[in-house]
Design a protein around this ligand. Structure first.
Ligand SMILES: [Fe+2]
Length: 450
C-alpha cells in the first residue's frame, strides 16, 4: 500500500485494484486485522478483538432483495459513542429543496463561468455552494446541485449527510475521502459516491480543489438497464471500486457535522469515528474512472437521445423517469452520414444542469468552459449556437473524432430552482441567451432550399 495515512488499512489487493475492491453494489467483505470479520454470522455474542458489531442500512429492512442494501461494521466503538448533543449551526451556502427564492427567476437559459478559486479557508463541507435545488428533502425526492471549493483538509472534523447520497465530480484538484469503510482518492475524470449516513472527512491532496456535486435525496444511484445493447459497454460494473477497510484508534477532541432535513448540526466527541476495522455488505462508497465509460452511439445516421450516455440513474417511483440521471459526454467518434451531428434543438420535460470537466462541448464551442455550469430547466428551449449550427450544417461529413471533451449532465424530472448564490454571487453570463441571436430565418417558401 503506497498511501501515506494515519489509518490502518486492510491488506491491499494487487495490481490495478490496490486499495480497492472491484464491482458495483457487490456484497463485499474486507478486514484490516486478521479474523476481525465474523464468518457465517453477523452478530456473534462476542466479536473478535472486543469490537462492536453494528449494521448500517441503506434501504428499508423489507426493501425487495435485489434493491436491499446494508453493511455490517465491526468497530472499536458503536456509533452512539460518536454522537453527543447536537447544536444547530449555519451553513448559509448549502441549501436544500424546497428553496424557492422569490427574488430569483429560474425560468430561462443560464450559464456560468467557473466559480473562482478562493484563498478563504474552506473545507469540502464549508466550501459547498448550492447552485440549484429540486424536489423536497423532507419527502426524499429530488436533488440539489453544488459547486465545491476546497482549500483545507478536514483534520479532526467529520461529516455525514442523513439527507442524501453525494455524487462528487472533481474538476480541479485531488481529494481523499477518509470514510468509515475505507479510503477513496478521487481526481478529475473520476467520480465518487458517498452513501447516505456514512461518516467521512476530506483531505485536499492537491488544491485548491473545485468540482461539482449532485446531492441525491431519493432512491440510490444504480446502473441503467442496457436493453438491446446487451451485457457490456456504457459503465461496466467491474470498473467501479469500493475501498478496503481502514481504521484509526485516535483519541482527540473531534467534531461531527450532520446534514439532516436540510439543517446542519454539530456534535463534539473525543475520538475519531473512523474506527471500523472490518465490514461486509453492499452499502459502501464507490469511485469510478470516467475514462472507462464505453460510449455507444449511432453508426449510420441520426443519433440517439442523450440517455444513451447515462452512467448512473437514480430512479423515481415512475418507471423510466429518473429522479436523477448522470450523463457523460466524452471523447467519441462521429460517423453518421447526412446527419446534423450536434445535439439538436429541443425542449425537455426533464431539467438539465451541465458541467464542463475539461475541453470543448460540441454544441457550444465558446463560452461553456471547464469548471463552468449551464442550466436548461423544464420546457425551456435550447440547442446549438449559430456557429455550431452553421458549421455542422455545412461541413463535409466524414469520420470525425470528438477529442478533448468531457462534460456531464445532472438531469432530473423536477424543475431546478436557482439559489441566490447562483443568481447573484456566482459568475453568471448575462449574455448567454445572445448565443442564439444570430440564428436566421432561412425559409422563404422555396422548395429544395437548404
Ligand atoms: Fe438539453
Amino acid at each position: 500500500m503506497t498511501k501515506q495515512t494515519r489509518m490502518n488499512i486492510a491488506p491491499s489487493l494487487a495490481g490495478p485494484h490496490e486499495g480497492y475492491m472491484p464491482g458495483f453494489g457487490n456484497d463485499f467483505e474486507t478486514e484490516a486485522l486478521p479474523d476481525a470479520l465474523p464468518q457465517g454470522m453477523n452478530s456473534p455474542q462476542k466479536c473478535n478483538y472486543g469490537l462492536y458489531g453494528e449494521q448500517l442500512t441503506g434501504t428499508a429492512f423489507t426493501a425487495p432483495s435485489h434493491q436491499n442494501e446494508r453493511t455490517w461494521c465491526y468497530r472499536i466503538r458503536p456509533s452512539v459513542k460518536h454522537s453527543a448533543r447536537y447544536e444547530k449551526i449555519d451553513m448559509p451556502y448549502w441549501k436544500s429543496a424546497p428553496n424557492v427564492d422569490p427574488d430569483v427567476i429560474s425560468l430561462g437559459q443560464y450559464r456560468w463561468d467557473p466559480v473562482p478559486h478562493t484563498d478563504e479557508k474552506l473545507t469540502f463541507v464549508t466550501g459547498m455552494r448550492t447552485m440549484t435545488t429540486a424536489g423536497d428533502v423532507n419527502t426524499q425526492v429530488g436533488m440539489a446541485t453544488h459547486v465545491y471549493l476546497a482549500t483545507e483538509t478536514m483534520e479532526d472534523d467529520y461529516f455525514f449527510s442523513a439527507d442524501s447520497e453525494i455524487l462528487v465530480v472533481p474538476q480541479d484538484g485531488v481529494l481523499r475521502f477518509y470514510t468509515e469503510l475505507g479510503i477513496l482518492d478521487v481526481a478529475p475524470q473520476e467520480i465518487a459516491i458517498i452513501p447516505r449516513g456514512l461518516l467521512y472527512r476530506v483531505e485536499v491532496v492537491e488544491g485548491p480543489a473545485r468540482g461539482f456535486v449532485c446531492e441525491n435525496y431519493g432512491q440510490k444511484f444504480e446502473l441503467p438497464g442496457r436493453g438491446p445493447i446487451g451485457a457490456n459497454c456504457m459503465a461496466n460494473r467491474r470498473d467501479f471500486k469500493s475501498p478496503v477497510a481502514a481504521w484509526e484508534d485516535r483519541e482527540v477532541p473531534s467534531t461531527v457535522t450532520i446534514k439532516w432535513c436540510g439543517q446542519f448540526h454539530k456534535t463534539h466527541i473525543n475520538q475519531s469515528p473512523l474506527d471500523v476495522v472490518a465490514w461486509h455488505g453492499n452499502y459502501a462508497p464507490v469511485k469510478y474512472d470516467l475514462t472507462t465509460y464505453c460510449p455507444v452511439g449511432s453508426i449510420l445516421f441520426d443519433h440517439p437521445d442523450p440517455s444513451i450516455f447515462t452512467v448512473l440513474t437514480a430512479p423515481s417511483g415512475q418507471p423510466g423517469t429518473a429522479n436523477i440521471d448522470f450523463v457523460l459526454f466524452r471523447e467519441r467518434w462521429m460517423v453518421m452520414e447526412d446527419t446534423f451531428r450536434p445535439p439538436w434543438y429541443h425542449k425537455n420535460i426533464m431539467s438539465e444542469l451541465m458541467g464542463n470537466i475539461y475541453g470543448q462541448y460540441d454544441a457550444k464551442p465558446q463560452g461553456f468552459i471547464p469548471g463552468g455550469v449551464s442550466l436548461h430547466n423544464m420546457m425551456i428551449p435550447h440547442g446549438p449556437d449559430n456557429d455550431a449550427f452553421e458549421k455542422a450544417s455545412n461541413t463535409e461529413l466524414g469520420p470525425e473524432k470528438l477529442d478533448n471533451t468531457m462534460s456531464f449532465m445532472f438531469e432530473t424530472r423536477f424543475p431546478q430552482h436557482i439559489t441566490a448564490f447562483a443568481a447573484n454571487e456566482a459568475p453568471l453570463q448575462d449574455d448567454y441567451m445572445s448565443c442564439w441571436d444570430d440564428i436566421e430565418k432561412k425559409f422563404d417558401g422555396t422548395p429544395g432550399k437548404k
